[in-house]
Write a protein that binds this ligand. Structure first.
Ligand SMILES: [Zn+2]
Length: 501
């Protein structure tokens, strides 16, 4: 029986987003469980689709004991503040030092964290953890599929294991996989061989979805190569919204036979490179999307519009109104948009009461220049307290507390307001306000891909819409300054060249 330290620190950083993640953002979690310490971690995460929950279950089932360090996550946003990074990383490291000798360390990380003072949050945390336990104690981390995997992350860990689904229905399963690998390393007593390779292009997150091509075929190949070569392989298409030199896609693998790991990683990398052109994705302008959805959507078979560029899961604040304005202009029958994150309007709706109407100024509270709230008369149809448990394949078991929520209506268009930022990726978010998603004709969701897990089965079709927002669907649309020279900004697109000094 071994003694394993378990911690977690997850943030996906869009350096172009309007709002940073401070310590309070991790204390509340923004849809994730709140920042938790020590022995409280295991019961707090138990039963949720979260990597550390899967890892802890697996370690306990194998007869090992765990020592909880700190576990925290926050909604994707701009940089993690220096204060938040130092306090949470500091707590993980201090508790690890205080724990005395451990046989291994498991960390639940994202892989795309940028702090105000550090480009590579995970590389820095892994280096500090390594500094406590030394080279002989295995340190294994699970990562999000959107990790921007760096040389430091590979060098400072014994193994990295990433999700292989987007929507991320395999978060807990990835924690299990990482924990099983840790058990194997403890049993064999020898360190793993590693190989990691990067790709030369970026691709937007809507086209990284693993239920569509080319990712579906690439992950199937990954599993075949794992079997063939006795490797644990990962392909991270990355988070193409973090302006630092190591932003991008990677393929990496760990196992006992170094030569075979290198062969497997090289083969998978080549397959991704060959699929570059297949990562292109058609985007709709809001008016075109709404017109098509009005023609094709019907109760029982809604058309889903993904308001991808304001995705709270990619650094948006869920408060832009471009797509909502288009729905209102067309007065699209049977349409519902959610979640619009606007605590002041939600409070206003609760003050007015259900069944009454009032003038609202909706959204656009991020202070983005040129963005003004959408003003108009709306009826308050229904109110709710925002506490419910998710039911879909990705967020099942997540206990939400989204603060005061409200359902507003103008004409044929309804809007679900929430007070706490969260991605619209679970039908329970709508049912909580009495809206049955399947019965809508048009469902506009502030999400890029995660919604597909729970909504694609009920959708006639999905249209990815490029309405104004900070989570650009095309990475070439960002004003990059610090990428690695030569990296193509989109599939077969222009290469990054630093501005002349
Ligand atoms: Zn992700």
């Amino acid at each position: 029986m071994a003694r394993i330290a378990v911690g977690g620190f997850q943030h996906e950083t869009n350096t172009f987003a309007p709002t940073t993640a401070d310590y309070a953002a991790f204390e509340s979690g923004g849809g994730w469980p709140p920042l938790t310490f020590g022995d409280a971690i295991a019961p707090r995460l138990d039963g949720a689709n979260i990597p550390a929950a899967g890892a802890i279950d697996t370690l306990h089932a194998a007869g090992h004991s765990t020592v909880g360090l700190a576990w925290g996550a926050a909604s994707p946003s701009a940089q993690v503040t220096r204060d938040a990074f130092e306090r949470i990383a500091g707590e993980i490291v201090r508790r690890l030092a205080d724990a005395g000798p451990v046989d291994g360390v498991y960390l639940d990380l994202h892989g795309a964290m940028v702090a105000e003072h550090i480009d590579d949050g995970e590389g820095e945390l892994l280096a500090r953890v390594r500094g406590i336990v030394g080279q002989r104690v295995p340190v294994i981390a699970s990562l999000d599929l959107h990790a921007n995997v760096t040389r430091a992350m590979v060098a400072r860990s014994d193994a990295l294991v990433a999700y292989r689904t987007y929507p991320h229905v395999d978060m807990a399963a990835t924690g299990e996989r990482a924990a099983r690998l840790l058990c194997d390393v403890l049993r064999h007593g020898a360190p793993l061989a590693k190989s990691a390779r990067t790709l030369d292009f970026l691709t937007g997150i809507p086209s990284q979805c693993t239920t569509i091509e080319p990712a579906r075929t690439l992950y199937a190949l990954l599993e075949r190569l794992e079997q063939e070569h006795g490797a644990t392989l990962s392909f991270t298409p990355g988070f193409p919204m973090a302006d630092f030199p190591e932003c991008g896609m990677a393929v990496f693998g760990m196992g006992v036979d170094e030569a075979r790991i290198q062969v497997a990683v090289a083969a998978l990398r080549q397959a991704v490179a060959d699929a570059e052109g297949d990562f292109h994705l058609d985007l709709y302008l809001p008016d075109d999307a709404v017109r098509r959805a009005m023609q094709r959507g019907a109760p029982g078979a809604p058309v889903v519009l993904a308001d991808t560029q304001d995705n709270p899961g990619a650094g948006g604040n869920g408060d832009t109104t471009g797509l909502l304005a288009s729905l209102l202009e067309h007065d699209a029958p049977g349409s519902v948009l959610g979640l619009l994150i606007d605590p002041a309007s939600a409070r206003q709706a609760h003050a007015i009461g259900a069944g009454r109407s009032s003038r609202f100024r909706l959204g656009e509270i991020s202070g983005v220049p040129g963005h003004v709230p959408l003003e108009g008369e709306f009826v308050v149809e229904r109110l709710a307290e925002g506490r419910f448990t998710c039911t879909g394949p990705m967020f099942h078991g997540f206990r939400m507390d989204l603060g005061p929520m409200a359902l507003l209506r103008r004409g044929n268009v309804r809007v679900v307001l929430a007070s706490v930022k969260c991605q619209a990726a679970d039908q329970a978010m709508f049912r909580h306000l009495g809206v049955e998603p399947r019965e809508a004709r048009v469902l506009a969701l502030k999400s890029s891909v995660h919604f597909r897990a729970d909504f694609e089965p009920i959708a006639r079709e999905v249209l990815v819409v490029a309405a104004p927002g900070p989570a650009k669907a095309d990475p070439a649309a960002f004003a990059w300054t610090r990428l690695r020279p030569g990296l193509r900004l989109s599939p077969h697109g222009p290469a990054f060249a630093p501005a002349a000094a």
